[in-house]
Ligand binder design. Structure first.
Ligand code: C2O
Ligand code: CU
Ligand code: CU
Length: 470
């Protein structure tokens, strides 16, 4: 059982200035929760922020009542005009989801659950061990809420994984990568005015493509330098950025690229390790990596670089190899024997979904199957236990996320999946113009869940749909 108070505070993120934040328990990222597989955890959230919030455990196999449906609000103490009056909530007075300002319209949803100031979220965590994260999920306002700081990590472990001998203790580092933009006084700017965003063709509004920042934060610190032993480390990487994609590589002082040995994906360990030279990571994706710093002389540095960035957004963080050390860790050739494999022939259904820009509410929005999110409409009904193939087609980059289930990538544009598609995922990065097939079994719980684009601005601008498991 945990208790988390959501509250506003300030923190020194950039040297010498204080940044106002919305936090889980006063820190950004919020407190890291560590759980054991199959041992239920209850997290009591108290909302002391000036706005309603919703907590979702991303990647959690959670009964619908605790999954953080976007209209299932934890209200703040004072909430004048409960059914309207969204003014002043938007960050920095910028237009956010201007075309989709239905605001609290979710309250019209007859199925919207009761709302309260304090809320117990119950997580059975009956699932493969992995790195999960929790973040705000309020309808139309998820992106600015995450931007202001409402995100934290939740690690699930089990005995089988502990026994593998992967690097652990201080040699296991969760890395939550985000980007933010700051004003001169240290305040967060939203949308950020990153010129690279405006250079993209077809972007009429600064937030339409998603909001980028020009400062890269890892675990809330700008471009940190972390001292390491000359040994293997397990880096549990999460891209918690609203919209920024990274293509990560680990580069030594003399320009060598270290192997990124992938041992796990969004939904836990791979069957066997996959070695990458560089690794693309879209918003909400996680990669469980082992990097061997013994390949670098003591005193040397390893920079984590984003090959898609330019200028200072190319740098993510650095490791300084501080000392020689003994290393009893290993990366076994066989990591896991319980990665589900579903065959195409098992699928009872194939569904098609387009993820495209379109018109909504008289402006531009982001649509799934031509429609913007509506909490009162069921978009897809699946039967508990059914295996289905979903074919997802994109216009521009869309990282597509399903609640409740993990899935496997079956194909990309008719060809085989890419090396980084290995294992069980809950978020898949659709590249521009691409068709990606995924396969999963809808098991776990019945109820109303979501699937959506995890570019957080796209999500707020309508690119989300209801998935009813019956
Ligand atoms: Cu990480 Cu529905 O979200
Ligand atoms: Cu999720
Ligand atoms: Cu998108």
């Amino acid at each position: 059982r945990y208790e988390i108070t959501q509250r506003a505070t300030t923190a020194e993120i950039l040297p010498g200035v204080r940044t106002p934040l919305w936090t889980y328990d006063g820190t950004f990222p919020g407190p890291t929760i560590e759980s054991r597989r199959g041992r239920p955890v209850t997290v009591r959230h108290r909302n002391e922020l000036p706005v309603p919030t919703v907590v979702h455990l991303h990647g959690g196999r959670t009964p619908a009542a605790s999954d953080g449906y976007p209209t299932d609000l934890v209200l703040p103490k004072a909430w004048p005009g409960r059914a309207h009056g969204m003014g002043g909530m938007r960050m920095g007075g910028m237009r956010m989801g201007g075309m989709h300002m239905s605001g609290i319209s979710g309250m019209r949803d007859p199925r919207a659950a009761e709302t309260r100031l304090v809320r117990d979220y119950a997580f059975p965590l009956d699932q493969r061990p992995t790195l999960l994260w929790y973040h705000d999920h309020r309808m139309d306002f998820t992106a600015p809420a995450i931007w202001r700081g409402l995100a934290g990590l939740h690690i699930v472990r089990d005995d089988a994984e502990d026994a593998l001998g992967l690097p652990s203790g201080h040699r296991e580092l969760p890395l939550m990568i985000t980007d933010r933009a700051f004003g001169a006084g240290g305040e967060l700017r939203y949308p950020a005015l990153d010129p690279s965003l405006r250079e993209r063709p077809g972007v009429q509004e600064p937030y339409l493509a998603g909001v980028l920042g020009d400062v890269i934060l890892v675990n809330g610190a700008p471009w940190p330098v972390h001292e390491v032993d000359a040994a293997r480390y397990r880096l549990r990487v999460l891209n918690a950025s609203n919209a920024r994609h990274y293509d990560l590589e680990a580069v030594t002082d003399d320009g060598r690229r270290l192997d990124l040995v992938q041992v796990g994906a969004d939904q836990g360990l791979l069957a066997a390790p996959v070695v990458h030279r560089s690794l693309p990571i879209a918003p909400a994706e996680r990669y469980d990596l082992v990097v061997d710093f013994a390949r670098v002389p003591v005193g040397g540095r390893v920079r984590i670089v984003n090959r898609l960035g330019s200028g200072r957004t190319r740098d993510v963080m650095a490791f300084r190899v501080a000392r020689k050390a003994r290393d009893g860790s290993r990366v076994p050739r066989v990591l896991s024997s319980d990665v589900p494999v579903w065959r195409r022939s098992e699928a009872v259904r194939v569904r098609d979904f387009s993820f495209r820009a379109g018109r909504m509410d008289g402006g531009h929005g982001w649509l799934i199957g031509g429609r913007p999110f509506d909490p009162a409409r069921t978009d897809v009904t699946v039967r508990l236990g059914d295996v289905e193939v979903w074919r997802l087609v994109a216009d521009v980059h869309h990282p597509v996320h399903l609640h409740l289930v993990g899935f496997r990538v079956l194909s990309r544009d008719g060809g085989p999946p890419l090396p980084h598609d290995a294992g069980l995922k809950d978020t898949v990065s659709l590249r521009p113009g691409e068709a990606v097939e995924i396969i999963t079994r809808f098991d776990g719980y019945r109820g109303r869940y979501l699937f959506h684009c995890h570019n957080a601005e796209h999500e707020d601008m309508g690119m989300m749909a209801n998935l009813e498991v019956v």
